[in-house]
Design a protein around this ligand. Structure first.
Ligand code: SF4
Length: 379
């Protein structure tokens, strides 16, 4: 039996960044801190976060003056940010830069008087957050049928898309809106991580006899992966952990098993699922192809480490002086005159503006693109 594991399975850049910020802050403060909503959709890791003093709250009135709150990768509406500031809550903003970019597009175009359309799930926190940056006035479309049933004119509208939306479904809706309305501008804001994850999952599922999608039922991107894989492989299951795998899942007709995972799934959980499938396969596994989650002797020996530390460390890389590595711009600070870059390393890179560019007309607002991949020299 073959097990093929998607090379795009597990923590995405935005989730990794949010978790890292939360852990760093909890370590620094040595007292409980909070996240507004669950930081990631995985029950095991939520418990581990609580063991580290990081607790999710769902309402602002659960926070009091002086508390610290981490804004998760999904982001929050403008008015929620204002309320937190008014209550003098210390905010650590871990909104994914790709989501921040959508906030900017929404607010800029809304202020120009243009109608904002969000393609996504109206109940998803990311969509609620985006809508909150255009006065909760957006038209929200979650299916082709929704698009066909819009009552008002969308001429001259600006369209943005939930970062984890189904790529093919978006193409259908875009095509319909383009044909139906005039002067409509589209910002294709589905993030590259999502596109790669979905494409890879579809490819693996199309050749699999059985497909496991590891992720939460509450996670939008895991649900999208499940729907995509189910379209290719009828025996597709959404499991949150190895414990969810039925004992009788394998039979003699299952020769190729594909595995992918949502953006909130730690590598540790993926490894456990692979291990469980190995156990269930009495003949043993002939091939395991996994780009990012191959079991190593080190990882087997690290059983005493905190689950969460291990999950994060698994996703981190080592860098050395003189190396040129790829990183993603997280943010910048005009006062400190610095750009901050996620290198996938334990600490972020810092680049002074003077080394970032020698353009005399440099304007950070225009010239720095959060989320953009750049090459950096480690010094
Ligand atoms: Fe992850 Fe992409 Fe969403 Fe950012 S935008 S949190 S990288 S899925």
């Amino acid at each position: 039996m073959n097990i093929i594991v998607s090379e795009h399975a597990g923590f995405c850049f935005g989730v990794k960044n949010a978790v890292k910020k939360a852990l760093e802050e909890a370590e620094k403060q040595k007292k409980p801190i909070h996240t507004l909503g669950q930081l990631i959709h995985n029950n095991t890791t939520i418990k581990d976060l609580e063991n580290r003093g990081i607790y999710a709250v769902n309402r602002l009135d659960e926070l009091k003056l002086g508390d610290t709150v981490i804004i998760r990768a999904h982001g929050i509406p403008e008015k929620t940010e204002a309320e937190l500031k008014e209550k003098q809550i210390h905010i650590i903003d871990a909104t994914c830069p790709f989501v921040k970019k959508i906030h900017r597009l929404a607010v800029e175009n809304y202020n120009k008087g243009r109608k904002i359309v969000i393609i996504g799930d109206a109940n998803h926190p990311e969509v609620i957050g985006i809508n909150g940056w255009c006065g909760d006035s957006a038209v929200i479309i979650n299916s082709l049928e929704d698009a066909q049933n819009v009552k008002e004119s969308l001429n001259n509208a600006v369209v943005v898309v939930q970062t984890t939306y189904n790529v093919n479904l978006y193409k259908e809706i875009k095509n319909y809106l383009n044909k139906t309305y005039e002067n409509i501008d589209f910002y294709d804001t589905i993030c590259n991580t999502t596109i790669g994850r979905q494409e890879n999952a579809r490819k693996i599922a199309s050749n699999a006899d059985m497909m496991l999608v590891i992720g939460s039922h509450h996670s939008a991107n895991s649900q999208q992966l499940f729907n995509i894989c189910k379209g290719e492989c009828v025996h597709t299951y959404l499991v949150e952990s190895a414990d969810d795998i039925p004992h009788d899942i394998i039979n003699e007709n299952i020769k190729n098993i594909g595995i992918t995972a949502g953006a909130s799934t730690p590598d540790k959980v993926i490894k456990e699922v692979i291990g469980r499938m190995e156990e269930l396969n009495k003949q043993g596994i002939e091939t395991v192809e996994a780009a990012s989650v191959v079991d190593t002797p080190e990882s087997k020996e690290s059983g005493e480490k905190n689950f969460f530390e291990e999950a994060l460390e698994d996703s981190l890389v080592t860098v050395r002086t003189g190396q040129v590595v790829k990183g993603r711009i997280i943010s910048y600070n005009t006062q400190a005159q610095e750009v901050y870059v996620d290198l996938g390393f334990k600490i972020d890179g810092t680049i002074p503006f003077s080394e970032y560019t020698d353009d005399s007309d440099f304007d950070p607002e225009k010239d720095i693109k959060e989320g953009q991949e750049i090459e950096v020299l480690v010094v």
